[in-house]
Design a protein around this ligand. Structure first.
Ligand SMILES: *Cc1c(COP(=O)(O)O)cnc(C)c1O
Length: 385
């Protein structure tokens, strides 16, 4: 079955007449009719993540969602969390403890960096940053290096990493590679198939897709499953059934939505590139973008994100304030177009000289792209007066 069809069938009730979607099952206690049955549940859940045993281990609503993401990501197990940051924190904690050395790509999502700096360092983890184009880890590795945290394309600037090369270099030394796959969201890009051990998605973005759910999911393959499972269970991570239901419902249109985000994103990238106010458009689908050739090799498309560097002195804030269809806000991956000012250099180590040019990140939503272009053109026109 092709993946477009599978999206429609995850959680399908095959037992007889019933709803097309798995219902919201709300529970803390799961009742058993004998001590023997209770003991049997406890025994079976040790080797089967989909056993209904207690609310904190998820009910059937969450189990269906976890299995759907596991299938999309090509993993052996997936674990749900209440936010993307919780999933990243859980995944990294599973592989980096006191006395261990952790490598992090410099272009990682800022909240990932701040979790590592504020919590892991305090707990005795040593941290070093690596440039986004690292393919050989040997200059960075010490005897204590346990894990590498990567993200491709990069947050806000979208440089594409050569994950297969980096993973070969990590695996040769027994180092676990954890990827933030929120950009690809299990559809455009498959870090586990490229050699990573763990792939994390903020389901808050494209998986749920409607700007109304917070959710994170970490998927693992092979030997990485057990440490991840242990952290999830020990720290009580779970996803509430209503959130799981909403996320699975959003995923039915994941492929369709991303096709449209891809097309409109590229169209708007071309539009910005032709504007005289713009000095650079950052989008992995553009020829010449850092890592574009690798993206073509390893990914099946782009999402709706792009960043724009404007010429020095451009009145960015007034320009954004005048937009009518684009709203100002954090996050992305919903149906709606968004814009916000960014300063990616501020949270990075390998910046030679911080650029003073105004920059913005745009999320190109599912509106008609011509309306978006007209919105931007009207706001640019005011500047020309
Ligand atoms: C949004 C985001 C996260 C965090 O997700 P939350 O659900 O907001 O905690 C992590 N990584 C990336 C790349 C993101 O864009």
């Amino acid at each position: 079955m092709r993946r477009e069809t599978k999206l429609m069938h995850y959680g399908r009730n095959t037992a007889g007449p019933g709803p097309a979607n798995p219902p919201v099952v709300r529970a803390s206690t799961i009742l058993h009719d004998s001590v023997a049955a209770y003991r049997d549940t406890k025994r079976r859940r040790e080797s089967d993540d989909s056993v209904l045993s207690y609310g904190r281990r998820g009910t059937t609503t969450a189990h269906v969602l976890a299995d759907a993401v596991r299938d999309l990501e090509g993993g052996d197990a997936s674990f749900l969390f209440p936010t993307g940051v919780a999933a990243l924190a859980g995944a990294i904690s599973a592989f980096a403890g006191a006395g261990d050395h952790l490598l992090i790509v410099d272009t990682v999502f800022p909240a990932t960096r701040s979790f590592c700096e504020s919590q892991l360092r305090r707990n005795g983890v040593e941290i070093d940053y690596i440039p986004w184009d690292t393919i050989d880890l040997s200059p960075w590795i010490t005897a204590k290096t346990k894990a590498v945290m990567v993200e491709s394309p990069a947050s806000q600037t979208f440089e594409v990493m050569d994950l297969p090369a980096l993973c070969r270099s990590a695996t040769a030394k027994g180092i676990t590679v954890i990827a933030d796959n929120t950009y690809g969201s299990g559809w455009l890009y498959h870090p586990l198939e490229l050699g990573c051990d763990v792939s994390v998605i903020a389901g808050t973005k494209y998986l749920s897709g409607h700007a109304d759910v917070m959710m994170g999911v970490a998927s693992a393959r092979g030997e990485a499953c057990a440490p991840l499972r242990a952290v999830v269970h020990a720290s009580g991570q779970t996803l509430a059934p209503d959130e799981a239901y909403a996320c699975l419902r959003g995923m039915r249109t994941l492929g369709l939505r991303l096709e449209r985000h891809h097309e409109s994103g590229l169209l708007l990238a071309d539009y910005f590139a032709k504007r005289p106010e713009v000095s650079e458009v950052l989008h992995p689908g553009l020829t010449g973008h850092p890592g574009h050739e690798i993206w073509r090799r390893d990914a099946s498309g782009c999402n709706g994100l792009l960043s724009v560097r404007f010429r020095p002195g451009f009145a960015l804030e007034a320009f954004l304030d005048r937009l009518q269809i684009f709203s100002i806000g954090s996050s992305w991956g919903g149906f709606e177009s968004l814009a916000m000012p960014i300063a990616p250099d501020e949270s990075r180590s390998f910046v030679k000289e911080e650029s003073p040019d105004p920059m913005a990140r745009f999320h190109i939503g599912l509106e008609h792209p011509q309306d978006l272009i007209e919105d931007l053109t009207a706001s640019f026109a005011v500047l020309e007066d």
